[in-house]
Design a protein around this ligand. Sequence first.
Ligand code: HGY
Ligand code: MN
Ligand code: MN
Ligand code: MN
Length: 420
Amino acid sequence: AHGGSASAHGGSANVHGGSANAHLAAIADIGRSTAGGYARHVFTGAETTLREWFVAEAERLGLDIELDRNSNIWAWWGPPGDGAVITGSHLDSVPGGGAFDGPLGVASALDAVQRLQAEGFKPAKPFALMVFAEEEGSRFGVACLGSRLMTGAIGADKALALRDVDGLTFADAARAAGFAPERMGQDEQALRRIGTFVELHVEQGRGLIDLDRPVGVGSSILAHGRWRLSFSGTGNHAGTTAIDERRDPMIAAAASVLAARSVAAAGDGVRATVGRLVPRPGGTNVIASHVDAWLDVRAGADLVTRAAVDEIVEQAQAAADREGCELQVREESYGGEVFFDPALAGRISGVLGRSMDCTVPMLSTGAGHDAGILAAKVPTAMIYVRNPSGISHAPEEFAEPADVAAGVGALVDVLKDLLR
Ligand code: HGY
Ligand code: MN
Ligand code: MN
Ligand code: MN
């Protein structure tokens, strides 16, 4: 095993074993935030407790745990080997997120192993479950950090220098969690070991509801980028500074929020969001000196995404100029449009179509996943499970127990086909 430890940090899951629904119930209270939803951020208490829960559940199934150099967790059924079939997802969450985004794929993978073992199934190829680190990028700002490090989609230097809101670097946080930052980076051994990666995930949208199907297969992921817009002005007193004397970065930042909406509304399937706006110093009676706005833009093709970002930034710059403020724009992460391996997607659709005796829809999504990062390097597929709310990254995210069970059944059928 590579360095690192999923060492205990407070809390623990209350029940062990059982179905995916039982697993989800077991971890339901871990990292539930007082503001609603979950706060399970990499290397913090709740996420560390979930890592520990996963390791305990995997070891209970007789799987062998390996922590890779980028702090991702592997749980091998049998000896590690190249060209393995891998299934898994993530356990971290967005702030205020739901209970299924990530955990459903991990819980379903554990349940699928349990069911395959109960049937006396023997994998004919190396096989492991995986849990990727910092998929949401909620603490260090770059989504899919563990899989991006593994594939080289982000350089180790850039990743290790990322800072959380307290100014702690990813390197320091990883070291405190028992990992060796100096070993982080592209992991050729890991990429050789992943022959096929399948990620089961709750659907983040209404596709399966409208099609009245419990599961679907991923076809593509929209291009997706994150930019940090930093506006600088002159901090001053709210009561003694005349309006025409102000250089107020909040005004310019507000214009960027509205620009994101207007450019997206005019675009071709463009989705632009400013979900995080941080003024400094942030006093009610203080004109801010700085405001950071984080822009998330997604669209089908790279050109469309890039053109939308350029237009939004242009409008933000014009607003900053009008307000006499400076604007600094930093691209924090970008991933082009992803098309999952058509042969693998077709094979999985065929398996599921036969076993479920129904047509299995192919779904494109605007949600990023580790599978989307790995797709650049290895054959990758996704299986989606119906979410009756259609809502995600919020407490209303949901999957009916019967659909969770249907998802596990689908994963079992797919793994049997891939591991024979
Ligand atoms: O942001 C995303 O789409 C993913 O949930 N990380
Ligand atoms: Mn997510
Ligand atoms: Mn996810
Ligand atoms: Mn005062």
